[in-house]
Ligand binder design. Structure first.
Ligand SMILES: [Mn+2]
Length: 493
C-alpha cells in the first residue's frame, strides 16, 4: 500500500514494524495543538493495530523528562512532535538499554541518529512549512495500518472492501486521521499565504478522498464557524480594513449597508450559515471597501484563502474549521490540560468539549487583558527590534501570542520583530519572539536570533523563523536584547 509521502515510506514502514514488535508502547507527545493531534493520531493508530499503550505529555522534553521516561518499565517509547531535537539525550538512554525510541517529529534533529527516526528534514522535506508533527504521525499511522492489514488482506485474496459511504476503508487504512493531521499543520502555522503546501497537500488530498475533509476557497478570516458576523469582521486584523477592523460600530455599519438578513431568531448569523450568494455579497462588498480605502492589492489577496473543513463535524462548531479547532486545542495546552485537548481529538464531545470551550473563553480574556497591558504601557524600541517585560503580569505560556497580536497597535510596529519577556520561575525568564511573514521574506529568522542570543547569556532556545522562544536566566534580559538586536540587524541588512 502506498503511503501519502513516498520519500518517507521506507522509514515509516520500519518504524511501524518496530512498534508492532512491542508488547506495549509509551506514547510521549508535546503539549500544543500539533502535539495533541500527533498524540491523537498515534493513539488511534496504536489502538487499531492492537498495540497496548499509555500516553504522557510534556511541555518540554528536557533531560529530566527523558530520564523519567527511561525510569518506566516501557521498552518502546514513541515520541511525537518532539524527540528529534533531544536525540543526544534520548540516545544515551537507548545506549544504556533503557528503551528503544521511535520518533515521529519535524523539528531540527540533534547531531545523532537512531534507527526508528521519522522526520521530513532527513528526506529533504521542510519541517517548518511542509509537514508538521501531526503530519509525521499520520505518515506513521498509515504505515502502521499497512503493516497490520497485510496478513488480513492476503488471507482474503487481497480484496479490499471499498465503502466510501461509511468510510470503512478510510478507517481501516487510517486515512480518516488526515483531518487531525491538517488541524495539527494549521495549528503549527504551516498554512502560510492562506494554504498548506508540499507534503501537507498530499495529506489534505487523502483526507478529501476519505471523506473527512472538504477544501474550498473562502474568506481567510478566523471564526467563520463560531463568530457572529460583526465580530468576524471586527476582529479580523491580518488585513487591516479601515473602518471595519478593530471597529465595532464600523463593522456593524458595514453589514447594515448590505442587503442581508443579519439576525435570525434574534441571534447574529455566522459566516458558515450564510448561503453562497450571501457569502458572495459580503465578500465583494468587503473587497470593494478595501480597494476604496486604499488597501494594497497584495494585501487584499490575503482576504481569500483555502478553508479546511472537517466534514464530519457539525456546522457552526469550532471542530468544523481546522483553524478554530487548533485554537481550541491550544487553549487546553496552554493551561496544561492536555487530557482535555486529547479527549476532544479522540471524539469526546461531552465533558472534554465543554471544558475545552471554557478554557478557550478564559484564554481569550487573558489575551485581551495582556494586549491592553502591553498597549497601554508601550514597548521599548531598539534599532532593529522592540521589546517589553511583562514580569508576572502575563503568563509565560501566552506572552508570545499577546506580543504577536499587539503588533500594529498604537506604538507597536509591524516592521520590527518583537521580544516579550515573562517570568517563568524564581531563576528563569521566558522570552518569546514574533515576526511577520513579510520580515521573514526580507531575511528574518527568529529561531537563529533567539538560539544565538539565548546561548550568549547561558540560556537556550529555538523555534521557527517567524516565531521562536527561549528561556534565559533572570537578570540577563538586557544582554539578550542587545545580542538579538545585533543579529536581527545582520539578517535584515
Ligand atoms: Mn509541531
Amino acid at each position: 500500500m502506498a503511503g501519502p509521502i513516498p520519500d518517507l515510506e521506507d522509514r515509516a514502514t520500519r518504524c511501524a514494524q518496530r512498534l508492532c514488535e512491542a508488547d506495549r508502547v509509551l506514547l510521549a507527545s508535546h503539549i500544543d495543538a500539533d502535539g495533541l493531534t500527533s498524540a491523537a493520531i498515534a493513539a488511534q493508530a496504536l489502538e487499531r493495530a492492537g498495540i497496548p499503550f499509555e500516553t504522557v505529555f510534556e511541555k518540554q522534553l528536557d533531560d529530566a523528562a527523558i530520564a523519567a521516561i527511561a525510569d518506566t518499565d516501557y521498552e518502546t517509547v514513541l515520541f511525537t512532535d518532539f524527540g528529534s531535537g533531544q536525540l543526544d539525550s534520548i540516545g544515551e538512554h537507548e545506549d544504556a538499554g533503557a528503551f528503544t525510541p521511535v520518533i515521529a517529529d519535524h523539528h531540527q534533529p540533534a547531531d545523532r541518529e537512531t534507527a526508528y527516526h521519522l522526520n521530513p528534514l532527513l528526506f529533504g522535506i521542510d519541517g517548518a512549512s511542509e509537514l508538521s508533527g501531526a503530519g509525521a504521525s499520520y505518515v506513521l499511522a498509515r504505515a502502521l495500518a499497512a503493516e497490520t492489514s497485510t496478513g488480513a488482506a492476503a488471507a482474503d485474496g487481497g480484496a479490499a472492501t471499498t465503502d466510501a459511504g461509511t468510510g470503512t476503508t478510510a478507517r481501516a487504512d487510517n486515512r480518516d486521521l488526515a483531518a487531525l493531521a491538517v488541524v495539527g499543520a494549521v495549528g503549527d502555522m504551516q498554512a502560510s499565504g492562506g494554504e498548506l503546501h508540499g507534503a501537507n497537500e498530499r495529506i489534505v488530498a487523502e483526507g478529501v478522498e476519505a471523506g473527512v475533509l472538504e477544501t474550498g476557497t473562502d474568506l481567510a478570516l478566523y471564526g467563520k464557524q463560531t463568530r457572529p458576523l460583526p465580530k468576524l469582521l471586527e476582529y479580523a486584523t491580518d488585513v487591516h480594513i479601515p473602518g471595519i477592523s478593530n471597529d465595532q460600530q464600523g463593522a456593524l455599519r458595514f453589514l447594515d449597508g448590505l442587503d442581508l438578513e443579519l439576525k435570525r431568531d434574534g441571534e447574529w448569523r455566522r459566516w458558515a450559515g450564510l448561503t453562497n450568494d450571501e457569502k458572495q455579497t459580503v465578500a465583494s462588498a468587503l473587497v470593494k471597501r478595501a480597494v476604496s480605502s486604499g488597501v494594497p492589492a497584495s494585501k487584499i489577496e490575503g482576504l481569500v484563502g483555502t478553508a479546511y473543513v472537517l466534514a464530519g463535524e457539525p456546522v457552526g462548531t469550532e471542530l468544523r474549521d481546522a483553524s478554530e479547532f487548533s485554537t481550541l486545542l491550544n487553549a487546553t495546552a496552554r493551561y496544561e490540560r492536555a487530557d482535555v485537548g486529547l479527549g476532544v481529538c479522540l471524539g469526546d464531545r461531552e465533558g472534554a468539549l465543554e471544558r475545552a470551550r471554557k478554557l478557550l473563553r478564559n484564554h481569550r480574556r487573558n489575551l485581551s487583558n495582556g494586549i491592553d497591558l502591553v498597549t497601554s504601557e508601550g514597548v521599548t524600541h531598539e534599532e532593529h527590534l522592540q521589546w517589553f517585560h511583562a514580569g508576572d503580569r502575563i503568563r509565560e505560556t501566552i506572552v508570545g501570542i499577546v506580543a504577536g497580536m499587539a503588533m500594529g497597535n498604537e506604538g507597536i510596529s509591524r516592521s520590527k520583530p518583537i521580544l516579550a519577556f515573562a517570568e517563568k520561575n524564581d531563576e528563569e525568564v521566558k522570552v518569546s519572539a514574533r515576526g511577520t511573514h513579510s520580515l521573514v521574506r526580507q531575511g528574518l529568522d527568529l529561531s537563529i536570533v533567539v538560539g544565538k542570543a539565548s546561548r550568549a547569556v547561558d540560556g537556550d532556545g529555538g523555534g521557527h523563523d517567524v516565531a521562536a522562544g527561549a528561556t534565559v536566566p533572570k537578570g540577563r534580559e538586557e544582554e539578550f536584547v542587545a545580542r538579538a538586536d545585533e543579529i536581527v540587524g545582520e539578517q535584515l541588512s
